[in-house]
Every structure is written in C-alpha cells, then in structure tokens.
Design a protein around this ligand. Structure first.
Ligand code: TPP
Length: 348
C-alpha cells in the first residue's frame, strides 16, 4: 500500500437509496463467498474455488455502470463478477455443486461460471484468455452497431501474457467498445506483481497501446463506478477502449491450501482496514443516523437469499449422463468434428 492510501468513502451527491443498493450488492457478493468457503470446507463442492472476498467493490462498481445489454468476460475468480452481472445466487451455487439447475447446467463449475442470458460469457480460467475473447465480442458489437459495450475483468498477472498485449493493441487500433478492468490485487498466485515487471503501475501500460488509463481505489464502489461510466461512455461513442486499474486486495488465499507465506499479516490487516463493506456501512451511517436499521434489514435479506440458494442447490438434481455432450460443441458447419463428440462417433 502506498502513501496515497484512500480514506473514507465519500457519499457527497449520492442518494441514500443508491448507496444502500450498492451496499446490498457488496454484501451479497461477500456473504455468498463466505458461504461457499464453508461449503467447500465441508466437502460439498467438487473441484476448487478461487475466492473474491475483498475485491467486491470492483465487480459491483463496474456492473453498476454497465447497461443491461452490455457483456462481461471473467477469470478463474468469477463468483463476484457473475453475481454482480445478474446470475442468481441459486443458479451460481447450483453450478458450484455441479447440478443440472446451475447456470451452465452443472458442466462449468466454479471456474466457468457465467450465463449468456445475463451478458456474461462463461468464465475463462486461462490467464488473459478473456482479453482475447473480448476482442471478438467488441468487434461484433462494432460491426453490428449494437451500441453494446463489453467489460473485460482480469488480474494484474494477466498483463504479462502475450494475449493481453495482442488483445489490447487490436482493440485500440480498431477502436472497439471495450472497458478493460484490471483487478490489481498485488499477487498472481504467490508472485508479487513488482517481481514480474519493471513497470510499476498497470495503468502505465496503456501508453504502449495509445489508449487512456485510470488508476482507481478498487476498495470503493463509487470510484470504480465513476471510472467505468466514463470509460463506457467513451467506448459507446466509438472512441475505443480504456484501461481501468482497480487497486484492490484479495482477503482469501489464491485458492485452496494457500498458506499465504508470500505476504505479511500486517499487510493483510492494513487492507482489511479498507474493507469495502465496512467503509460503505460507515459512510451510510454517517450520512443518516436511521440507516443502521436499513443495513441490518439488508443483511437479513441477503442471509435469507443465501439460505434459499443453498437449499435449492443441495436439493437440485444431478445432470443426466445423456446430457454430457449437449452444449459442448458448436454445430460443425463443415468444420472438423471434435474427437470423441457424438458426431465423430456417428461417422466412424
Ligand atoms: C495461461 C495460464 N497460466 C497459468 C495459469 C495458472 N494460474 C491460474 S490463476 C494464476 C494467477 C493469476 O493471477 P492474476 O491474473 O493476477 O489474477 P488473480 O488470481 O490475482 O485474481 C495462475 C498463474 C493459468 N490458469 N493460465
């Protein structure tokens, strides 16, 4: 953390209802993840999970500035993005359980969470994979003149991948309607960002592609939302992409079994002092002394939503074995058929 560490969240000019709505979203993401952690430890969820606690202000701020028809791409850490973009907790949790009622019919699991119905491509767990995919999405929006914008989430680790450089350069020169959102949480797994590059700030990288960039407090949903609104307006006006660097921190380990030896407890507690949910609640209480009740009610409603999602996921059916190849392959259109697919088997 540097000297310009941010202080209180400023609600100047923000309606109370708006602030409460943001608080609700932050709380939904946090409590969902906390529940996922418990369920994972109980052995109820297959596979692994990469958790989002601490970074909620980024997904919430970005998605609050997007239009309903806009799209997002996500990463191996997609739970918060999915919920903020509108995947229901029921569909998200059922997916983590591998159930037929999940948003990918139980075939994606944690690292491929998403739903085209809400404008989210099922998440791409290859680091910087989304940066390639979003170029095609942006190009389609531009050529079809749909007015839609795509926001692409990725970690700072992705900015050292070749796909990042190719993707951003292509989008820049084509002036594609894309908002790049780098969630700089300081570490790619156990490796500190500064050990991987001589460029101190992710935002500085935008110079190489001739696009604007802004570095924001990623622990403040209002700061993230404002930066996204500006970038979205620019993209929708045909002026091309913007890079937003949201400085944030993941409170959890990278994934399961992370002893977090690469960072200090002091650093963790400094960042926990910037917890976006606590900061938002503090700002709301300072604004309106009756607000404590509203916050409590929101917390209760969110807890009930999660209980309902757990019950739904646990009691949902497993996918039918016969569905294994459904949705797995595109129609061939004369292209080579994937080895092992029903089409390939039918032809042998
Ligand atoms: C191309 C590629 N290389 C390595 C991995 C293994 N891997 C998964 S997540 C991760 C760290 C990614 O760090 P960052 O992009 O900063 O995202 P964060 O985990 O901090 O959200 C790595 C190396 C991968 N999924 N894809």
């Amino acid at each position: 953390m540097n000297d310009s560490a941010p202080g209180a969240i400023d609600l100047e000019g923000i309606e109370l209802a708006d602030a409460l709505a943001l608080y609700r979203e932050l709380s939904r993401l946090r409590r969902f993840e906390d529940k996922v952690y418990q369920l994972f430890l109980k052995g109820e969820l297959p596979g692994t999970v990469h958790q989002y606690q601490g970074q909620e202000a980024v997904a919430v701020g970005v998605c609050a500035a997007l239009a309903p028809g806009d799209w997002i791409t996500s990463t191996h850490r997609p739970h918060g993005h999915a919920i903020a973009k509108g995947v229901s907790m029921r569909a998200a949790l059922a997916e983590l359980y591998g159930k037929a009622t999940g948003c990918c019919a139980g075939k994606g699991g944690s690292m491929h969470l998403g739903d085209p119905a809400v404008g989210m491509v099922p998440a791409i767990a290859i680091v910087a994979g989304g940066v390639s995919i979003v170029s095609g999405m942006g190009l389609a929006f531009k050529l079809q003149r749909t007015g839609q914008v795509a926001a692409c989430f990725f970690g700072e680790g992705a900015t050292n991948e070749g796909a990042f450089h190719e993707g951003v350069n292509f989008a820049a020169v084509q002036r594609l309607p894309i908002v790049y959102v780098c969630e700089n949480n300081l570490y790619g797994a156990s490796t500190p960002y500064h050990a991987t590059t001589l460029v101190p700030e992710v935002a500085e990288r935008a110079v190489a592609y001739g696009i604007p960039a802004v570095s924001v407090d990623g622990m403040d949903p209002l700061a993230v939302r404002a930066a996204t609104a500006t970038a979205r307006a620019r993209a929708a006006a045909g002026e091309g992409p913007t890079l937003i660097e949201a400085k944030t921190y993941r409170f959890a380990g990278h994934s399961r079994g992370d002893a977090k030896k690469y960072r200090t407890r002091e650093e963790e507690s400094q960042w926990k002092g910037l917890d976006p949910i606590d900061r938002m609640a503090t700002a709301i209480r300072a604004r309106d002394d009756q607000a404590a009740q509203s916050l409590e009610l929101i917390d209760q409603e969110v807890a009930a939503e999660i209980d309902d999602a757990v019950e739904f996921a646990r009691t949902s059916p497993d996918p039918e074995v016969g569905q294994a190849f459904t949705d797995a392959y595109a129609e061939p259109f004369g292209l080579p058929v994937m080895v092992g697919s029903p089409d390939a088997q039918a032809r042998t």
